[in-house]
Ligand binder design. Structure first.
Ligand code: TXA
Ligand code: MG
Length: 325
């Protein structure tokens, strides 16, 4: 666990605090902030130098595109062009919310945001602190905040400010900030939807499900098997230090994450016992982190079955269970 100066860590986020944080962003600093999915590491999405510091702090290869967080649907037209009607329907129905839309970029979205692609990922997060920060940033003339999950590259996304601090505080400078908004409520990263084709396509499953996309657009999306183009799709990703084993019976000395209906064998360290799929998603990453803190060599997870959020959880678990490359 690394130390951090107390000036970096703000847990009492009044509107004054958010104005200070927005000014830091405007001046090229980094601000880690809570969203409903996971914590993000934010920088002014129009500032090349600030954005390049995100890559340094995360240790992330620079060709990976970043999601631009905007205060409202009004930001769509600033960052994207030729927006299909189904994308506008999705934005109206599910923003603010755990959904990222990939659209053709405008000239505002530079290569250092899009990784040189002709598309940009956009999201309005549903979290009071995140929206407060984005609104204060907009008051200063800011157009959007680039924010990947606030973890080191390849690690699990942080769902608490403490986890952010443990991941990256040692790489931040004295003028960067970590905002504490409590534990993230959704717990897995946003659904990423490619909106550059005639129909939407899910690139990363999340809390906004196929059914919800159908309800909003009247278009049936299928085929999530080829979600390969995003960094979250690298084989070994979202990985704790422990070896993650799926759908096995844990042995003494191992960690265990499973629905509360499954009992804990003797000598096994129970890390989470969710009773709903929402709880499963919310608690998963912090439970994996807790297993690492305990120094467990192996964590057994009984993956939830079914579509929707269960699909998103299985997607992350499959990657966590891969041996590092
Ligand atoms: O829930 C979330 O989406 C969180 C919170 C902080 O908003 N953010 C997040 O960011 O998960 P990140 O960078 O860890 O993952 C975003 C993924 C990356 O794998 C990136 O490659 C992909 O989104 N992405 C971003 N822009 C893209 C684009 N234009 N085309 C395809 N994929 C894109
Ligand atoms: Mg990430």
């Amino acid at each position: 666990m690394s130390g951090f100066s107390s000036s970096q860590f703000l847990s009492n986020c009044s509107s004054d605090t958010l104005a200070v944080a927005a000014l830091r962003l405007k001046n090229g600093g980094l601000v880690a902030f809570p969203t409903e999915t996971v914590y993000g590491l934010g920088a002014d999405a129009t500032n090349n130098e600030a954005v390049s510091r995100i890559y340094q702090v995360k240790g992330r290869p620079s060709e990976h595109p970043l999601i631009v967080h905007i205060a409202s649907i009004d930001g769509l037209g600033i960052w994207a062009r030729d927006i299909p009607e189904y994308a506008i329907a999705l934005a109206r129905d599910y923003w603010p919310g755990p959904m990222t839309l990939v659209l053709l970029r405008s000239e505002i979205a530079k290569d250092f945001i899009t990784g040189g692609q002709d598309t940009v990922g956009l999201r309005v997060p549903a979290h009071a602190l995140a929206l407060g920060l984005l609104n204060e940033f907009a008051k200063l003339g800011g157009l959007g905040v680039a924010a990947p999950s606030a973890n080191r590259f390849g690690q699990i996304s942080p769902t608490t400010a403490q986890a952010v601090s443990e991941e990256i505080a040692e790489f931040l400078s004295a003028t960067d900030l970590i905002l504490d908004g409590g534990p993230a409520l959704v717990g897995v990263e946003s659904t990423i939807i490619d909106c550059t084709g005639l129909t939407p396509r899910i690139l990363r499953p999340g809390a906004i499900t196929e059914e919800m996309i159908f309800d909003s657009t009247g278009i049936a999306v299928s085929d999530q098997g080829d979600a390969i183009r995003v960094s979250g799709s690298l084989e070994s990703h979202y990985s704790p230090r422990a070896r993650v084993v799926l759908n096995a019976i844990p042995e003494s000395g191992e960690g265990y994450i499973a629905f509360s209906t499954l009992t804990t064998p003797a000598g096994v360290e129970r890390l989470a016992s969710p009773s709903t799929i929402e709880e499963f998603a919310r608690d998963l990453y912090s439970a994996l982190r807790a297993g690492d803190v305990l120094g467990l060599p192996t964590i057994v997870v009984v993956a939830p079955e079914g579509g929707g959020l269960a699909l998103a959880i299985r997607d992350r678990l499959l990657r966590a269970s891969h041996e590092p490359n």
